[in-house]
Unconditional design. Structure first.
Lengths: 201, 201
């Protein structure tokens, strides 16, 4: 694709580095910005740079935060005896949006993946172990996606936490609410039968 | 969706203003930028702002340009007797990429659309008429999408150009190369028969 302007070409090249955005989409975004006021582009750019430059991570749980200790860790109403271990900040947002969880979090920053060269030392597992020396924590809830890498990571963490007197739990696997039995894969359906719960619940 | 950080929220809000980008996609882009170096975000933002602030339009054809007269208008090898009228800069890029066109362009900046409140005076039709007073132009090729608005615009332009001694042509309508007759709509197929061309061509 040839562009009539170097400025356009640079902007398209930069946008096309983002995941899921090809050069055609990038061009569409650039032409959209050209139609809008200059201030629109300026405020977009400023928001991105400010976000990237000023962002900090919570010292305690490694969640994204504007302050040294994040809102969740600093909240006195949260249950400090329960720590939910997730791989990503997106998972924190997803769980928070359910409104069902009142404990704290621990963001690993990924999962163990030999293919991508991510080992246990690249994650915040050491910092999780440190948090557990604090006697307050009674339960660690592993909320890691049930992929091969996720299961490896969960297994590694349970091994690391063996010597601590904490209960280790994992989120329930089963048929999704609204899901059709017929279309549920066999492993999920099998686990949903083995881990069946009493109806009164 | 609640975000753990105001900075993230602002960046997501700004990105979600772009067409085709919702809040989930915006969050994915933001988390991608957080994983990359700060310089990546800085150069993206700088490219966007520089593009928006410094962009100019060619005085002659209204194409995007880094200079007062665009590369195409300034190129002595282009055929100055032929002007291709398109609605959008994207069309210029598409036609240039075919490598089949050696004339000049005229970018209208849209099509006449009463629903969107775009009238003929919002387009660069006046400037097109001015260009035709220059006796060099012998042919005006209308390359406007065959939608209702596009056809209205083409009709309006042909009326405006009635008094000029220029040939007015339009791009050929027909079955796309590689297209199946069976799946071509009736109007296109009908026109492709009426406007049939000799085989030797």
């Amino acid at each position: 694709m040839n562009f009539p302007s170097k400025l356009i070409e640079n902007a398209v090249d930069e946008l096309a580095k983002l995941p899921g955005i090809g050069r055609k989409t990038a061009l569409r975004l650039v032409l959209h910005l050209l139609k809008e006021e200059t201030t629109e582009t300026q405020s977009l750019s400023a928001a991105l740079v400010k976000m990237r430059e000023d962002i900090t991570y919570c010292k305690n749980c490694h969640n994204i935060s504007d302050t040294e200790i994040c809102n969740i860790c600093a909240n006195p109403l949260r249950d400090r005896s329960l720590v939910c271990v997730v791989s990503d900040i997106r998972d924190v947002i997803a769980i928070e949006n359910t409104g069902q969880y009142k404990g704290l979090y621990h963001v690993l920053g990924g999962v163990i993946s030999p293919i991508e060269g991510i080992g246990p030392s690249d994650l915040t597992i050491g910092s999780l172990v440190e948090r557990l020396t604090d006697a307050e924590v009674k339960e660690v809830l592993l909320a890691i996606s049930p992929t091969m890498e996720g299961d490896t990571t969960a297994f590694y963490i349970t091994r690391k936490l063996r010597d601590f007197k904490v209960r280790i739990t994992t989120i329930a696997r089963g048929v999704p609410v609204g899901g059709e039995l017929e279309y549920t894969d066999e492993i999920t359906l099998g686990r949903s039968i083995i881990e069946r719960t009493s109806y009164s619940k």
